[in-house]
Ligand binder design. Structure first.
Ligand code: FEO
Length: 395
C-alpha cells in the first residue's frame, strides 16, 4: 500500500492484502483485507500505531523507508492479535530505541505471544497521554473489542481515533478514505458480525464514551478510514441495539429431500405472512453471509435431517458458531425429519446455551412430510408472526 497522509504528519503506512481469502483459518474474506498501520511524526518524537501481519511486513518497511524514518520512539500496540502486533519484534530490531506502549494486559499477551522482553515496554493506564512534541496521544482502555486487552488511541490535536479492530472492515481497497459509504456498509457489517457481535453488550456501553468525544476521523486497522465518523457509529448503534427485524433465517441441510420439502413449504408460509426469510443451504453458503443475517433477524429456524441419532454435522458446525457469536435472536425453532428416532432437538438445544431466545415448538417429522406436518409448519409460521408482532410493539 502506498504511503498516504491523513493529516499533516499523520501517515497511513500499512499493507493491503488483496488476495487473502480466509482469516484465522475460519472467516471467509471475499474482499481481501488490509492491516493498517499509522505513523505519526511529532516535532520531537515519532510513533507507529500498530504494525501489520508479518506476511505483509515488506509493505510496512518499504513505506517507512519512503518516509525516511530513521527513528521510531513509540510503537503503540492497541491489540495483541498477530495481524497487528506480529511485526513488532522485527520493528524493534530495526528501531532498537523504540518502546512498545500498551496497557498491562496487552503487555502480558505480547510477552507470551511474541516473546517481547519486559524492558521493551512502557505501560499506560486508561486516559494516560504521551507527547510527541506538538502532538498528544491519549490511550483509552476499551476491553473486548475483540480480545480482553484492546485499547484505542486518540490523537488529540487532530481529533483522530485509532480503533484497531473496532469499526474496521475486511476490505482491500486502494482508497484511503471511504468515498462511497454504501459500498463499505456491507463489509463493515460482515466484520461486525464475525468479529464484534459476541461483545455487543460491552460495545454498547463503550459507544457512549465515544459519542462524548470530539472525533473527526476514525482510523481502524482493517479497511478504509472514516472521514464521517457518524456513518460507522450510527451503524454500530443499530447493530448493538436490542432492535430486531421481522426476519427469520433458516440455516439448513437436506440429505434426501424431506427437510428440503419442509424448508421450501415453510419459506412460502413465512413469505405469505409478510415475514422476511433468508434460507442458508449450508452445503453452499458462505458462513459470513449467515453471520451477517444474524445481526438483525428476530428468529432462527434450524432445518436438519437426523444423521444416526443427531443433527447433520454441518448444522452442528453452524449452530456452534451461532452460539459463539451470541446474536440478539429472540426466537428459535427446529424443523426436520428422522428415519427411526434420535435426539436431534435435545442436542441442538444443548448447543445454544448462550442465546437468550425462546424455543418455539419444533416440527420434526418421520420421513417425508405429509398433510398434518404441513399444518404444523403453518402453526409455527403463525406463532412466529404473532411473536414478531408482539415483540415489535414492545420495543
Ligand atoms: Fe485484526 Fe483481532 O485482529
Amino acid at each position: 500500500m502506498a504511503v498516504r497522509e491523513l493529516r499533516p504528519g499523520v501517515y497511513s503506512v500499512g499493507a493491503v492484502d488483496w488476495d487473502r481469502r480466509i482469516f484465522d483459518e475460519l472467516i471467509p474474506l471475499p474482499d481481501g483485507t488490509s492491516y493498517n498501520s499509522y505513523l505519526i511524526k511529532g516535532r520531537e518524537r515519532t510513533a507507529l500505531i500498530d504494525t501489520v501481519d508479518p506476511t505483509n511486513l515488506d509493505q510496512l518497511l518499504d513505506n517507512l523507508q519512503k518516509l525516511e524514518v530513521e527513528r521510531i520512539d513509540y510503537i503503540i500496540s492497541n491489540h495483541a492479535e498477530q495481524d497487528h502486533s506480529g511485526s513488532i519484534p522485527r520493528i524493534l530490531e530495526i528501531y532498537p530505541q523504540a518502546k512498545v506502549v500498551t496497557n498491562p494486559k496487552c503487555k502480558e499477551f505480547l510477552k507470551y505471544l511474541l516473546l517481547i522482553p519486559e524492558k521493551s515496554f512502557i505501560t499506560v493506564k486508561d486516559r494516560d497521554t504521551i507527547s510527541l512534541g506538538d502532538k498528544t496521544l491519549q490511550f483509552i482502555l476499551f476491553p473486548w473489542v475483540h480480545w480482553p486487552e484492546t485499547m484505542l488511541t486518540y490523537l488529540k490535536e487532530d481529533r483522530i481515533l485509532f480503533t484497531c479492530d473496532l469499526f474496521g472492515s475486511h476490505l482491500a481497497t486502494s482508497e484511503l478514505f471511504i468515498r462511497d459509504e454504501a459500498k463499505v456498509y456491507e463489509p463493515a457489517k460482515r466484520y461486525y458480525a464475525e468479529i464484534m457481535m459476541p461483545f455487543r453488550t460491552s460495545i454498547r456501553r463503550h459507544l457512549e464514551e465515544i459519542e462524548e468525544m470530539e472525533i473527526e476521523i476514525i482510523a481502524p486497522s482493517h479497511g478504509p478510514v472514516h472521514q464521517r465518523p457518524e456513518f460507522i457509529i450510527d451503524a454500530y448503534r443499530d447493530w448493538v441495539s436490542d432492535k430486531v427485524e421481522n426476519e427469520v433465517i433458516i440455516p439448513y441441510v437436506s440429505m434426501h429431500g424431506s427437510t428440503d420439502k419442509m424448508v421450501s413449504y415453510f419459506l412460502d408460509a413465512l413469505m405469505e405472512r409478510g415475514i422476511v426469510v433468508k434460507p442458508f443451504n449450508l452445503t453452499k453458503t458462505d458462513i459470513g453471509e449467515l453471520a451477517m443475517a444474524l445481526v438483525d433477524a428476530a428468529s432462527i429456524v434450524i432445518g436438519s435431517p437426523t444423521v444416526l441419532v443427531g443433527p447433520h454435522p454441518l448444522l452442528v458446525y453452524a449452530v456452534y458458531l451461532i452460539n459463539a457469536l451470541r446474536p440478539k435472536t429472540k426466537f428459535i425453532s427446529i424443523i426436520g425429519s428422522y428415519g427411526w428416532g434420535g435426539r436431534m432437538v435435545e442436542q441442538l438445544k444443548e448447543m445454544l446455551t448462550n442465546l437468550r431466545a425462546e424455543l418455539l415448538e419444533p416440527v420434526i417429522v418421520r420421513g417425508y412430510p405429509k398433510g398434518e406436518d404441513f399444518k404444523s409448519l403453518d402453526r409455527l409460521a403463525d406463532e412466529l408472526l404473532k411473536r414478531h408482532r408482539a415483540f415489535r410493539k414492545g420495543v
